[in-house]
Design a protein around this ligand. Structure first.
Ligand code: SF4
Length: 461
């Protein structure tokens, strides 16, 4: 990328903004997420050294409209598109050059393009450097399209030096892209791409390219893959490499059937994985079948979660309300079912028929889509008519189950149960460090989810 050079002598500035929706607080735009999203610092890393760069995560600080940047790049998800159009219009009115990209812009370029000076369609790694050069040279074209499945072999380490200091875990990267499963609500199934892996050495290099950070921030890392376990042999090899880095804690995301592989679980433990994000989604088999979540077997949950807990890995599980086969009787049993499967933390949300997904097509075909305001597609609104339940029944269950799960009593009770399962292996120092890290992650996630429940679910929206 250094070979690309600008023809203009004055160095310009690029501001990359990763948009986020505030949680309706008095101090908007502040979320207590411990780790930044990947797109902003990855885009910064892919930027040729012909501009100055700043990365702004809206989840931790407000947009600075007084910026001295010449170029603005906006990264946003589906539900943020109306917000992205407002932000782009405001900057363009000030004479800034504004470009956009991300999954939504890549899926619906014709809708997005009129709001920007240029958009990037597809993955950024091969196209973005040329786009920046054209920005600097004043020869920007309206649309830049990446090839269908570009190589992942030349991706540089994310720019951790540009992450806001408020993040406790700035070291984030990805090892894979894609997922082999057909879940009908998943954005990966809008336009299916092959499952791809980055070279193991590149991922290990990313996790070590952290000298710019204070020492205590180099010890924790997150792999932000959609499904690290899409290729288990690869995942095990990577985790063996990560074990040698002796991190204090690693977070990873994968689908639940990976836990049938005992060697994968062992490799997670060896790598000091302390948090696994897993899409549990439902405890009702018929609802799972309705969204083609075939890899999830409810009968296996309890045992699979316990296997992780005993190895010092807490389970952070996605859970969806308003799946098609949910009933009020099931929602009444849900608090007990959640307690029985024993997951440590849940991320509850209402099912979202994202534009372009098979689920979206289904609810449109069945005449059940009732709300087309994309800003409501964030997981707290009901945007389609349910087959059996009223909106009130869904909201009541969403609020009751979430707030019950995150009552102080239950938060403390789950922590105590989880701690009891932790056996001491090796030195007291390592054991105490493990307990401390686990408690830190557990408390941080639980308080964040409780807060979300109070502000967005119970408090209304
Ligand atoms: S397992 Fe997860 S990442 Fe894979 S398709 Fe299903 S929802 Fe998407």
């Amino acid at each position: 990328m250094k070979s690309i050079s600008a023809t203009q002598p004055d160095r310009k500035k690029l501001l990359i903004i990763v948009l986020f929706q505030n949680l309706g607080e008095d101090h908007p735009y502040y979320a207590q997420s411990p780790a930044p999203p990947l797109p902003g610092i990855l885009l910064a890393a892919l930027t040729p050294d012909i501009v100055d760069i700043e990365v702004l995560h809206e989840m931790v600080r407000p947009i600075n409209y007084q910026t001295d940047a010449d170029f603005i790049a906006l990264s946003f998800m589906d539900y943020l598109s109306p917000h992205a159009y407002d932000v782009a219009a405001r900057f363009r009115a000030m004479g800034k050059v504004v470009v956009g990209g991300g999954k939504f812009a890549s899926t619906f370029p014709d809708e997005v393009q009129p709001h920007f000076d240029a958009i990037l369609v597809g993955e950024a790694q091969e196209v973005w450097p040329h786009m920046v050069l054209d920005m600097v040279n004043g020869t920007l074209k309206p649309r830049y399209e990446a090839s269908a499945s570009p190589s992942l072999d030349t991706i540089p380490p994310p720019r951790y030096d540009l992450v806001e200091s408020v993040y406790t875990t700035p070291v984030v990267t990805e090892a894979t892209r894609g997922c082999p499963h057909p879940c009908t609500y998943c954005q990966l199934n809008i336009k299916r791409m092959p499952f791809r892996q980055r070279p193991v050495a590149d991922v290990l290099r990313d996790l070590s390219a952290t000298q710019c950070l204070p020492w205590y921030k180099r010890k924790m890392a997150m792999l932000l893959d959609n499904n690290l376990g899409g290729d288990l042999a690869y995942a095990r090899e990577l985790l063996h490499g990560i074990a040698a880095l002796k991190l204090w804690g690693l977070g990873a995301q994968f689908s639940i059937e990976c836990l049938r592989d005992e060697k994968f679980v062992e490799a997670l433990a060896e790598a000091n994985c302390r948090m696994a994000f897993i899409g549990m989604e439902s405890l009702e088999p018929k609802s799972l079948a309705a969204v083609k979540k075939r890899q999830n077997n409810v009968e296996e949950y309890r045992e699979a979660f316990d296997r992780l807990h005993r190895r010092g890995i807490l389970t952070f599980t996605g859970y969806m309300f308003a799946l098609d086969e949910d009933t009020t009787e099931y929602y009444n049993r849900l608090p007990r079912l959640l307690e029985e499967v024993g997951t440590t933390v849940i991320l509850p949300s209402i099912a979202i028929p994202l534009y372009g997904t098979p689920l979206h097509q289904q609810v449109v075909d069945e005449g059940r889509l009732v709300d087309r305001d994309l800003s409501h597609y964030e997981g707290d609104h009901i945007v389609f008519r349910h087959k059996h339940l009223t909106d009130e029944q869904i909201h009541e269950a969403y609020a009751r189950v979430t707030m019950g799960f995150y009552s102080w009593r239950n938060i403390f009770g789950r922590w105590a149960k989880f701690m009891k399962k932790q056996e001491k292996h090796g030195s007291w120092r390592n054991h105490l460090l493990k307990l401390f890290i686990l408690t830190f992650i557990y408390v941080k996630l639980s308080i964040f989810q409780r807060h979300h429940g109070l502000v967005k679910i119970k408090g209304g929206y």
